[in-house]
Design a protein around this ligand. Structure first.
Ligand code: CAA
Length: 383
């Protein structure tokens, strides 16, 4: 039985900073950000957009095209949690009016969270082929104003429906996982900003990629050339480029060109949205589906990385008609609707969002009508 991704939706908030403006404000050469890091824009979340609201908005992209009553599982991966106890998924479930019988919870392992959710969902659907599973990754990457990581911030969510006989990507059995308890990136409970050993984190990422990619090929008796595309968790697009260079290091020109072209297609959204942690790999997938030209059956390798650290490589095959399931024009419209904010405006939004609103303070959204948003708390209960 084929099980995999049947629907996919992306949401990003309605403001962005241009990387050239940010470079000027930080006294850096713009090419360091545009080429050296590989980012051109970065989405900015104000106080009204958080992991929950973005997760709902991402799911709204396809909710009208699915049978909600078939959903038996809803898993939410995030490292921007809004409660230490209650799962973000329960708020989503209420907003989307899912049935009470759904099993729902939140998972965490840094940016690996949505892959963890996806694998749980894949196995759930294998056991319950008449049901579907919804998985959501939703995050705001915050390193701090003036830090080295600032240029690798972003905000957004990807939501996916997993089912038997999927319309987009059929997931292959098996995977290669690798984990180690290390301190490359983490966020203690009392901090809204991530702590990071940036250079070390990039080394570990590449090391875990090399290990899991080699192991996966060995397990499955595959050669690099068998892949039509390899896509990556993209904390910034240069990170994926470095991993892709490792992937093609010993390959002929044709394979190198094929995997470079598919990587280029997969990085387009990330370049403009920034790091969305758990959902970044799946934004790469969406970007590949929208901007690439792969045939039915094409083998796509996926590398997921979560700091702390956990890496996993797995694969899937594109399903006939997959292009009909994505809406490149709609996603472009969403990016275009974003208002460009100046660096001082972004700094003010950033600093305001570091504080939670006072209880009973009502927030209002300046996004377009129909967009879900966080309206504050009443009696410490989220609205
Ligand atoms: N023109 C072109 N390129 C330029 C340039 C110019 N004028 N000036 C500098 N560059 C290049 C540099 O040569 C360098 O390229 P290479 O990496 O190919 O050597 C690149 O720009 C970056 O320059 P620096 O290394 O000097 O950058 P930095 O010290 O300011 O920090 C960073 C970069 C470590 C990635 C930092 O942004 C950071 O800490 N980011 C957050 C951590 C992160 O994203 N880690 C990724 C792995 S962990 C993970 O994936 C989980 C997650 O989501 C966080």
């Amino acid at each position: 039985m084929r099980v995999g991704i049947d629907k996919i939706g992306l949401f990003t908030p309605n403001k962005y900073v241009d990387m050239v403006d940010l470079a000027h404000a930080r006294n850096e050469d713009p090419n360091k950000y545009l080429i050296g890091i590989g980012q051109s824009e970065m989405s900015v979340a104000d106080q009204t957009q958080d992991a929950v609201s973005m997760g709902i908005n991402a799911t709204m992209k396809y909710i009208d095209r699915i049978d909600k009553d078939k959903i038996g599982l809803l898993v939410f991966g995030t490292e921007s949690g809004i409660d230490q106890s209650k799962s973000a998924s329960l708020f989503v479930k209420t907003a989307l009016k899912l049935k009470p019988e759904v099993r729902t919870f939140e998972v965490k392992e840094a940016c690996f969270g949505l892959t963890a959710a996806l694998m749980i969902a894949r196995d759930f659907v294998r056991v319950h082929p008449d049901q579907t599973a919804m998985v959501i990754g939703s995050d705001i990457a915050r390193y701090g104003i003036g830090t080295a990581g600032e240029v690798t911030q972003g905000a957004g969510s990807v939501s996916m429906l997993i089912k038997a006989d999927p319309a987009i990507l059929a997931l292959n059995d098996g995977h290669s996982a690798y984990s180690e308890d290390i301190n490359d990136f983490w966020r203690p409970n009392d901090s809204k900003l991530a702590m990071v050993d940036g250079k070390y984190s990039t080394q570990v990422y590449l090391d875990f990629f090399s290990k899991t990619f080699a192991d996966y090929k060995k397990q499955k008796k595959l050669e690099t050339n068998d892949f039509d595309a390899i896509i990556y968790h993209l904390p910034f697009t240069k990170m994926g480029l470095k991993a892709n260079r490792l992937a093609v290091a010993d390959q002929d020109e044709a394979t190198t060109e094929k995997l470079q072209n598919s990587f280029d297609a997969s990085k387009q959204l990330s370049r403009r949205v920034g790091n969305i942690y758990t959902a970044s790999l799946y934004m790469s997938l969406l970007s590949l589906l929208e901007n690439g030209n792969l045939p039915t059956g094409a083998l796509v390798g996926l590398f997921s990385y979560g700091s702390g650290a956990m890496g996993e490589f797995y694969s899937g095959n594109l399903v006939e008609g997959y292009k009909k399931e994505v809406n490149a024009a709609g996603d472009e419209k969403m990016l275009k609707r974003r208002q460009k904010v100046s660096v001082p405006e972004y700094e003010e939004i950033f600093n305001t969002a570091l504080d939670d609103p006072e209880d009973n303070e009502e927030l209002t959204s300046d996004d377009e009508k129909g967009t879900w948003y966080f309206a504050g708390t009443k009696g410490n209960i989220r609205q």
